[in-house]
Design a protein around this ligand. Structure first.
Ligand code: SOE
Length: 383
């Protein structure tokens, strides 16, 4: 019989829903797991909303205080799917209570907080993971395999953009993601964290960075209602205290060069995360809005046959796909979250430290902080 891991989730909006879905689905598809989740309790401040979420998402109970949730002795794993300003306090309290932790990205409001979280987790000896879900998109996992096998040769370039447009209307209200006291930073931390993590996953560690950030729309109406990425504007105007966009250049320790662009002001670009990597032997290209595909160019193909080929990443031999549908029956954005939960539970069952964990979260935070400093001081910053 698989081990049962009893989960307490803090947060029930966009990420809370995505994680809930993953806990519900995972054991149905990955049918021989060594550990299965038990959806014990979900937590949020507004009682009628969290009670409704518990019912709809399939949680056995709900709490309105995360402190109470953490003190419960029927919870093994605390999932932190809240705005960034709450990550540290919840994570440290959960670690002290001996709970394993899954924490959404970016790990913390700043590097000092990330360090405190890692220290608490290491002291408690718990398992920890950061929700860099895109590592677990099968096409990205395949890209890593190709790179590890040497199919790209020596890596020269990592080129990433992560573009969205959900705040392009200047009347889109001042939601928590646009306020430094809740989010820590704007597009840089929210979107940049993902592509920084993918750069570390696919290419390696950063050596130094230079960056420019910009807030184009400096005031917005305060929010009267918010859910996920949709919101209604209230009357009063308030200050936007985070960046709308950031562009950075990086050098990696292995000598590769990287470029990074993130924005929430790119009309028509919805969740447009694109990664291209060029090496001495070939290139790969990934587009999140075409996440079942990986483009691969190999200089080792016959001259007259060379060209980017599009691999439809839905074969049993591809990472994670054996658990899903027959080949060609594509998967979606939420599947990477299911893979994340699968890997986390298997690691807990096997007593292994998951990846990406708080060390990876902290390394990402170092790069974010360096990019922010570079933008303020107008210079290259070493990691
Ligand atoms: C909003 O920008 C957002 O939901 C991010 O917070 C997520 O991390 C990203 O995966 C999709 O966009």
């Amino acid at each position: 019989m698989p081990k049962e891991i009893r989960v307490g989730l803090v947060g029930y909006k966009f990420m809370g829903k995505a994680h809930s879905h993953a806990y519900r689905d995972v054991a149905m598809f990955f049918s021989s797991m060594k550990a299965v989740p038990v959806m014990k309790a979900i937590c949020g401040r507004t009682e009628d909303e969290v009670a409704k979420a518990a019912k709809i998402y399939g949680w056995q109970s709900y709490e309105t205080s995360w402190e109470k949730l953490i003190q419960r002795d029927d919870i093994d794993l605390v999932d932190i799917s809240t705005p960034v300003n709450l990550h540290k306090d919840i994570a440290i309290a959960a670690a002290k209570a001996g709970k394993h932790i899954l924490c959404e990205k970016p790990m913390a409001m700043n590097l000092d907080e990330a360090r405190e979280m890692l220290e608490a987790a290491e002291k408690a000896g718990i398992k920890h993971m950061i929700g860099f879900n895109y590592r677990r998109v099968p096409a990205i996992a395949l890209a890593r395999k190709l790179i590890e096998e040497g199919a790209l040769g020596r890596i020269y370039h990592f080129r990433a953009t992560y573009l969205q447009d959900w705040i392009v209307d200047p009347n889109f209200p001042l939601v928590w993601r646009l306020r430094k006291e809740f989010a820590g930073s704007g597009a840089l931390g929210d979107l940049g964290a993902h592509i920084i993590d993918l750069a570390r996953f696919l290419v390696g560690e950063f050596e130094r960075v230079t960056c420019a950030t910009k807030t184009f729309i400096k005031e917005r109406p305060e929010a009267s209602y918010v859910t996920g990425l949709t919101a209604r504007a209230g009357g009063k105007m308030g200050e936007v205290t985070v960046d709308d966009a950031a562009i950075a250049i990086a050098e990696f320790k292995n000598g590769a060069l990287g470029s990074f662009e993130v924005t929430r002001l790119a009309p028509g670009r919805k969740n447009c995360q694109r990664i291209e990597i060029n090496g001495s032997k070939g290139s790969i290209f990934f587009d999140l809005e075409r996440l079942n595909e990986l483009q691969f160019f190999s200089r080792e193909d016959k001259d007259y046959e060379q060209g980017f080929r599009t691999i439809l990443v839905t074969e049993e031999s591809h990472p994670y796909l054996k658990a899903w549908w027959p080949s060609g029956h594509i998967i979606g954005w939420e599947h990477a979250m299911v893979h994340q939960i699968h890997d986390l539970l298997e690691d807990i069952a096997e007593d292994r430290m998951p990846t990406p964990n708080f060390v990876d979260g902290l390394k990402c935070q170092e790069v974010l902080e360096a990019m922010d400093r570079s933008s303020r001081e107008g210079r290259w910053v070493r990691i």
